[in-house]
Design a protein around this ligand. Structure first.
Ligand code: NAD
Length: 342
């Protein structure tokens, strides 16, 4: 049987454990997997682009467990009453190929993206960082806020979105959680006193959410919204002024902010910093940029964490997903036994 976490159980689990606790604990799983980066099969995700958006498959394996995520990105969806991003994911045993765990991943992706952002910022942001600017207050935004508080202790937020209703929703959701929230009048205004900036906007365009002249020395930028060919958020000059860190270089060249840069533009894969093989932040004046696109290993970590966390609880059910006849060669017998023509 395969363990299955549907949307209802994901919501019950996240509410019971608390999203901030989940994100904080998930960072440990992420760090474990980033530290053994070289053990994983890695490939840029397989993307199907259309004028509506993109549908992607994100596979990886550590040779004991295989995992993949199905995910879409449709920036025009909210205008039609749909989510921009939805997803589900699978873990399977490598030794026989049987799926062992399936989960909704729309919510789990928001948790894992926030956990990844916080893991990277924990290493790259200045130690005295106190204020987070959030540009884009859509689906990912509250999870981002919780991650930066849970992992870095930051509870001062300045926020900006072009949609006033999205800002209102964000403030309504996070003020009761104890955050000190300031609403800015523009992106440039939002980042003025920020130590860390998260950009999480959705627009299928080469947008310039932030210009280089608005970025102060010493800032850490967590750019998560530019994650598709033809979809970026940052002025290229910011990338030139800063040091850029990525998940998996071959995928980020296609999808990240650095798609704007020449093919030989220097970046550092984050796992190297975590393992002590490459420098991260080297001075208080340095601008560090995490050019995040979301990589399969992060989903693998999130699925592992969810699988382990729901074990022994009633936050999952068992589903009969794999036809498994007593005689492995008699698949037809399963149908034949019930067929009236037999
Ligand atoms: P969403 O559609 O729910 O929210 C996006 C918000 O951005 C909206 O409120 C919109 O009004 C705002 N926005 C658009 N253009 C803007 C601009 N110029 N200035 C300020 N605000 C602007 O989307 P979401 O689910 O929150 O995802 C946000 C982005 O993050 C998407 O582009 C998505 O593809 C990406 N994403 C990346 C990762 C990753 O791992 N890197 C993971 C999940 C989502």
């Amino acid at each position: 049987m395969t363990r299955f976490v549907d949307v209802g159980n994901m919501i019950r689990w996240a509410a019971d454990r608390g999203p901030e606790n989940i994100i904080t604990e998930m960072v440990r799983y992420l760090e474990d997997d980033f530290r053994r980066w070289e053990e994983f099969d890695k490939t840029p995700r397989v993307a199907s682009h259309t004028p509506f958006g993109v549908i992607e498959l994100m596979p990886t394996s550590d040779h004991e467990t295989y995992g993949f995520k199905y995910v879409n990105g449709h920036p025009s969806n909210p205008g039609r009453g749909f989510q921009t991003v939805t997803a589900f994911g699978v873990l399977a045993d490598v030794h026989n190929g049987y799926p062992t765990f399936i989960s909704e991943m729309t919510i789990l992706t928001a948790l894992r993206t926030a956990a990844t952002s916080a893991m990277v910022a924990k290493t790259l942001a200045r130690r005295d960082a106190r204020r987070l600017a959030l540009i884009g207050t859509g689906s990912q935004s509250e999870f981002q806020a919780l991650a930066f508080r849970g992992v870095l202790g930051i509870d001062k937020l300045t926020v900006w979105d072009t949609d006033p209703a999205a800002i209102e929703k964000f403030v309504r959701n996070v003020r009761p959680l104890g955050f000190d929230v300031t609403v800015a009048s523009s992106a440039a205004d939002a980042v003025r006193e920020a130590d860390i900036i998260t950009t999480c906007t959705a627009d299928k365009a080469k947008a310039t959410i932030l210009t280089a002249d608005s970025i102060a020395p010493g800032v850490h930028i967590n750019a998560i919204g530019g994650d598709c060919p033809g979809k970026t958020e940052l002025d290229a000059e910011i990338l030139e002024r800063g040091d850029v860190f990525v998940e998996f270089d071959p995928q980020t060249r296609i999808e990240g902010e650095i798609q704007q840069m020449p093919a030989d533009f220097a970046v550092t894969e984050f796992w190297r910093v975590l393992c002590g093989n490459a420098p991260g932040r080297t001075s208080d004046d340095q601008i560090t940029v995490f050019d995040s696109v979301g990589f399969a290993v992060e989903d693998f970590s999130a699925l592992r964490y969810a699988r382990d966390s729901v074990a022994g609880t009633d936050f999952f059910e068992e589903i009969d997903l794999v036809a498994n006849p007593d005689d492995p060669k008699d698949l037809f017998g399963l149908i034949g036994a019930l067929s009236p023509s037999r």
